[in-house]
Design a binder for this molecule. Structure first.
Ligand code: ZN
Ligand code: ZN
Length: 257
């Protein structure tokens, strides 16, 4: 089993734990600090934890006070110097929902500049992009389609419903749908998942968020991805093992792990 999206940085997870039973975990980053931490965690847990480096559309870096250009340059160097451990750029994208307490609102324009900067990094370093979208999928797809170069990545925590599946597939053969623990409690999502081609789907926890049934109300951890695998196996009407084989093959292909 592979959790393709977890936040295990200190801000979210004071004691890194909860991944021993998994084959691999991709660590998603929201800012420069977490990007650095992810690389360190990947080095300490070689072959098990893999780093993504990136900046969430709503995450500013209060400590560093770097401009967008400076942040992008920082990420560029971080990837360049840690190629062995960095397997993706992200999470990045567009999010126009209200910001959390420790975040400052970024204008739509700033978000787009930051997103495009990270797409450019992914193209430069031939890495997949972990895309964060909240009610912005249409804008995001327009931006991605505007690149002539081949892109690859995942629309993480896909919430585009049935009608946007086709559009994501049109992005290219290397684009995937990331499905989370809400699959265990959101009725409608099962119907959406049935329509996603099996070879384009990967699973994630978004730990410490989106805890699946039967642990709702607790802090999420990568190992709980097994409940998402279980639910997907039910939906696909396949065994757990067969489901795991397909999903893990997709994740290994996308992230080159
Ligand atoms: Zn996200
Ligand atoms: Zn996330």
């Amino acid at each position: 089993m592979i959790d393709t999206h977890a936040h295990l940085s200190k801000r979210f997870c004071p004691a890194v734990a909860g991944f021993a039973n998994l084959d691999a975990v991709i660590l998603a980053a929201s800012n420069i600090e977490e990007s650095k931490e992810n690389v360190e965690l990947a080095k300490e847990n070689e072959g098990k934890l893999w780093a993504a480096v990136g900046i969430h559309p709503q995450q500013t870096d209060p400590k560093n006070k770097l401009s967008i250009d400076e942040q992008l340059n920082y990420l560029d160097d971080l990837v360049e110097n840690n190629k062995k451990w960095v397997r993706a750029i992200g999470e990045c994208g567009l999010d126009y929902s209200p910001v959390l307490d420790d975040e400052r609102e970024r204008s739509k324009k700033e978000q787009e500049i930051l997103f495009r900067g990270q797409i450019a990094l992914s193209i430069k370093h031939k890495l997949p992009i972990i895309v964060h979208s909240r009610k912005t999928l249409e804008e995001i797809m327009e931006i991605i389609k505007s690149y002539e170069e081949k892109t690859k990545g995942v629309i993480h925590c896909y919430t585009g419903g049935k009608k946007r599946i086709k559009n994501v597939l049109e992005l290219g053969e290397n684009w995937y749908f990331g499905i989370d623990g809400n699959l265990t409690y959101e009725e409608g999502l099962s119907e959406v998942v049935k329509l996603i081609p099996k070879d384009r789907l990967i699973l994630e926890t978004d730990s410490p968020f989106l805890t699946p049934i039967p642990h709702r109300g607790e802090t999420n951890k990568p190992e709980y991805v097994k409940y998402v695998y279980q639910k997907l196996a039910e939906i696909w009407e396949m065994s757990f093992e067969e489901t795991e084989k397909i999903v893990d093959q997709n994740a290994r292909k996308l992230f080159a792990i």
